[in-house]
Design a protein around this ligand. Sequence first.
Ligand code: CA
Length: 166
Amino acid sequence: MDLKKGDIFFIERKTALGRFINWAQRLLSADGEAIYNHSGIIISDDGQTLESLDTVRSHDFVSRYRGLNALVARPLAPHKVKSDAVDKVVAVDFGKKYPWYRFLILVLPFFAKYIDNGRSVCSELTAKYLYYAGVRHEFYQGTTPDKLVDEASHWKNYNVFFEGVV
Ligand SMILES: [Ca+2]
């Protein structure tokens, strides 16, 4: 897979937690569909990720997600802008602990607008990067993976260049 620094990815996790997230996402989704329940950012051309797990950390995309269903999109912004945005989100968020209480946002997204101590769930982290990269609005609190997938699929400033099994 031809991954580039600044790409964003979405993963379908079929764990009990993943299925619960998708149930909640489907209720919230404008199109009634939700497949992907995890997301992150590609931070190097050799496919290293930045993702919010128990902490915000990095993995090799292909070896971590081999065999899982994924969607990968490239924001249509200048390389330098995306590269700077990646560096900024890495500098700000790397190593932060996962904000479990914010998990509520998946069921009660409006709560998220009032609770923010600077930590982000996976899709908020991705949305924050997209804001830095200039392809998305600033308000990233409460953003779900499915919302970003719907945007990447329908908005003009993304190229979805991979969808299938890693
Ligand atoms: Ca959807």
